[in-house]
Ligand binder design. Structure first.
Ligand code: SF4
Length: 227
């Protein structure tokens, strides 16, 4: 069933997420790319420098159904129903802006709800760059390194995030985000730690579809909320 999903615990305050299927809705994903077959749940993992952490929850049919229903809705020109009490929306804990029309539809939604805080990470930088002077003040975008359009980040001075294997590798001046707080603040570049870095045996297990060996805390929350 399509819809926003309410999350508590990970974010500061109560946040609603709008999620799409990973990979399938990410036209410019590269290093992170993971696609999960809608029907079978089979994982197709691109062996990049890091992996999409949002994909793991798609092993649950209920999560896949929800994300694909959202995808179908938006491709058909639909809009999410926003609950009355909603004050904060993270667009795409999973997924990305899959077309200019879809990106533009979120700009319209944000303009229509100035009482709501919106934020999103994206690798679909061309859609953002095409609307640089039209981003509503209640929408904070963060360019995520590791996509096919990374060159646009420096060229246009986009707020950005880089993924690092461990805290020791983070370049000076980048705060490490653990709950999306830095993603909600304009004009601050920050770091995320790769929460997929596990022992080699765990990584092999992941590629071999033994996703149960993973210890991604977000996964359990997603399972509770979405399945
Ligand atoms: S762009 Fe984001 S959601 Fe899409 S595959 Fe990469 S990390 Fe996952």
């Amino acid at each position: 069933m399509a819809g926003l999903v309410k999350k508590q615990g990970y974010y500061r305050g109560s946040v609603w997420e709008w999620n799409l299927p990973t990979g399938w809705s990410c036209p410019f994903a590269q290093e992170c790319l993971v696609k999960v077959d809608r029907a079978s749940g089979k994982f197709d993992v691109h062996r990049g420098s890091y992996r999409c952490y949002a994909a793991s929850a798609e092993r649950f049919p209920g999560v896949r159904d929800s994300r694909w229903a959202n995808f179908d809705l938006m491709k058909a020109g639909g809009r999410p129903d926003i609950p009355k009490k909603c004050k904060a929306i993270r667009i795409h804990m999973s997924g990305d802006f899959f077309s200019q029309a879809y990106f533009d539809s979120w700009l319209e939604i944000c303009r229509s709800r100035p009482d709501i805080e919106f934020w999103a990470y994206t690798k679909s930088l061309n859609y953002w760059v095409a609307r640089l002077d039209q981003i509503p003040s209640n929408l904070i975008l963060t360019a995520s390194y590791g996509g096919r359009l990374d060159h646009l980040i420096e060229k246009h001075g986009l707020k950005n995030v880089k993924i690092y294997p461990c805290a020791e590798d983070v370049e000076p001046g980048r705060p490490i985000d653990t709950n999306d707080d830095w993603a909600r603040i304009p004009d601050v570049n920050f770091a995320l730690l790769d929460n997929m870095k596990q022992s080699k045996s765990d990584q092999k297990a992941y590629v071999g579809k033994a996703i149960q060996t993973w210890d991604d805390p977000r996964t359990n929350r997603e399972k509770d909320a979405e399945s």
